[in-house]
Design a protein around this ligand. Structure first.
Ligand SMILES: Nc1nc2c(ncn2[C@@H]2O[C@H](COP(=O)(O)OP(=O)(O)OP(=O)(O)O)[C@@H](O)[C@H]2O)c(=O)[nH]1
Length: 512
């Protein structure tokens, strides 16, 4: 038995991720040698970040209208007094920075039904909305059903570093506060229900039109054929049941408090008080005489179909989590990415001398006079990340949406008897992982950050690195002492605003 002293449960998890599932762990408390009762760690699979899921949502059905007659001594024939049914609840996705992946999200979301109307003209209660929280940066792809409609933004105080500004690159026009990504019907409906006007983004409008034209699928049936969970890179398409009919990027949430109605509740049925009123009006218009109340029951029979509440709408969506940053720090665990993010921006990511300190991407912002750049510190990638090793490939998705790659290499990884790999091999492994995940990903404008230049012997390794890699600029940096940071910032700025553009590919690294 190998005993290892962990600093925290998170540290144990990090080591578990590094070692894979071959090792079993038992946690002992500091004070006794019997296994800790609460130490049963969930299987490794459950701990993976889930950044893509398929969900089925159904709005609550409308309540039925009531058929009832108020009879009294003076009114033997009675008057209809059945109230209308209540509207079904909506299924709403709300953007929250407190959630960072979809692991806690239910896959079937069904809102409450509206209550039935009752006698004495009482309207049934509206069904409760089903509100679920999704992370900032969630993108919605429509598999079937109506396009989602944004309702409102509930602004809150502090801005979380994980909060992601901006919109989909090239897909949708940039949403502003109160803007809407919705179908025409959705917009009208939201206006009608909530009394707020909502604008349509062009792309969403075309998508909506396409969706109206292209298909009317049965969402529940389709959903039942498909598996839900995510977590595997290449097989995602099959897992999630991606198909040609899917409408990509119909909406996204980027601000805390943004709400999107993904399935609407059905309207309540009409009570006989309403149907009778309507029929009396018609009758008056046509014959010039009032409808005889004794015929009320007959009319009631004519309108029985109106009394049934309408079913709620059904939608099948794929939710995908992608961050939107200008620059991604890509590197092996412990290369110093988080320290570097703290050095170049005001972000305060956690830093540790053990691998996988960063378990979720951190964002920082670099502000220049004329430009602001968002930088993402992506959790460390290891060899085989595309096959879900380490923290898995979930984080590779975040890199997909960044313009510039900054490879953070640890110059001291193989120095002073350490068992790490030299920086040029780190670079090779990183490029391979990116390419395995998505071909051409590594060809984006890139630079290399040679970190830990302060370590003994790092200068020679840096010279060797320059000899082996010369197509992209290399910035020697000491993140802890914040040395070389102004030059690095200038380099990042030039890459982001296009003054410099240099990608990196495997052939350009001298490995022998
Ligand atoms: N000597 C030296 N140590 C550094 C430097 N930058 C970071 N470190 C140390 O390297 C260790 C790892 O730093 P992190 O910033 O957590 O590394 P990371 O790449 O974010 O690690 P993961 O979270 O595992 O991906 C910490 O102990 C840092 O203090 C540097 O410039 N010089």
């Amino acid at each position: 038995m190998l005993v290892f002293q962990a600093r925290s449960i998170r540290h144990v998890e990090a080591v578990r991720h590094t070692c894979g599932s071959r090792w079993s762990f038992t946690l002992y408390s500091h004070y006794s040698d019997t296994p800790h009762k609460k130490s049963k760690l969930a299987p490794l699979q459950e701990r993976k970040m889930i950044d893509r899921v398929k969900i089925f949502a159904k709005g609550g059905d409308g309540g039925h209208g009531c058929s009832s007659f108020r009879r009294s001594r003076h009114d033997r024939l009675g008057r209809p007094d059945g109230g209308n049914g209540g509207r079904g609840g909506d299924v709403i996705l709300e953007c929250s920075p407190r959630v960072w992946d979809f692991s806690g999200l239910q896959r079937h979301l069904i809102a409450e039904k509206g209550r039935q109307g009752t006698s004495k003209n009482k309207i049934g209660t509206r069904g409760a909305d089903k509100v679920v929280h999704v992370p900032v940066g969630t993108v919605l792809h429509l598999v079937s059903g109506d396009s989602p409609a944004m309702v409102k933004i509930q602004p809150s105080g502090d801005v979380d570093p994980w909060e992601i500004p901006g919109a989909l690159v090239g897909d949708l026009s940039e949403p502003s506060n109160g803007d809407l990504i919705s179908t025409v019907s959705g917009a009208e409906r939201v206006k009608e229900i909530h009394g707020t006007d909502c604008s349509l983004s062009e792309a969403a409008e075309t998508n909506a039109q396409k969706s109206v034209k292209s298909r009317h699928l049965a969402p529940a049936d389709e959903f039942s054929q498909l598996s839900t969970a995510s977590g595997t890179s290449k097989s995602d398409a099959e897992d999630i049941g991606e198909n040609r009919d899917m409408l990509y990027n119909v909406a996204e949430v980027t601000e805390e408090g943004q709400q999107i109605v993904i399935a609407r509740g059905g309207e309540g049925g009409l009570g006989n008080a309403s149907t009778f009123k309507d029929s009396r009006k018609t009758s008056t218009a046509m014959t010039g005489s009032c409808q005889d109340i004794s015929n009320a029951e007959d009319h009631d029979g004519d309108h029985s179909s109106l009394r049934a509440g309408l079913p709620g709408s059904e939608t099948v969506l794929v939710l995908e989590l992608k961050s939107i940053a200008d620059v991604s720090f890509v590197g092996m665990p412990n290369a110093g990415k988080s320290t570097l993010l703290g050095a170049i921006s005001r972000a305060k990511p956690s830093v540790g001398s053990y691998a996988f300190t960063t378990l979720r991407p951190n964002l920082g912002s670099l502000n220049f006079d004329d430009l602001s750049i968002t930088v993402a510190d992506i959790p460390g990638l290891i060899k085989g990340a595309h096959q879900n090793r380490g923290l898995g490939h979930a984080f590779l998705r975040h890199i997909e949406r960044t313009k510039v790659l900054a490879y953070v290499l640890d110059l001291a990884a193989a120095l002073n008897g350490r068992k790490g790999i030299p920086p040029w091999e780190q670079l090779r492994d990183l490029i391979l992982e990116l390419e395995y995940h998505q071909e051409g990903l590594s060809k984006r404008p890139s630079l290399v950050v040679a970190n830990k230049i302060d370590e003994e012997g790092a200068d020679q390794v840096y010279d060797e690195l320059k000899r082996r890699v010369h197509v992209v600029p290399i910035f020697p940096v000491c993140a802890v002492l914040e040395e070389g940071i102004p030059e690095l910032k200038a380099g990042l700025k030039m890459l982001v605003n296009g003054e410099m553009s240099c990608g990196l590919c495997l052939d350009q690294i001298l490995l022998a």
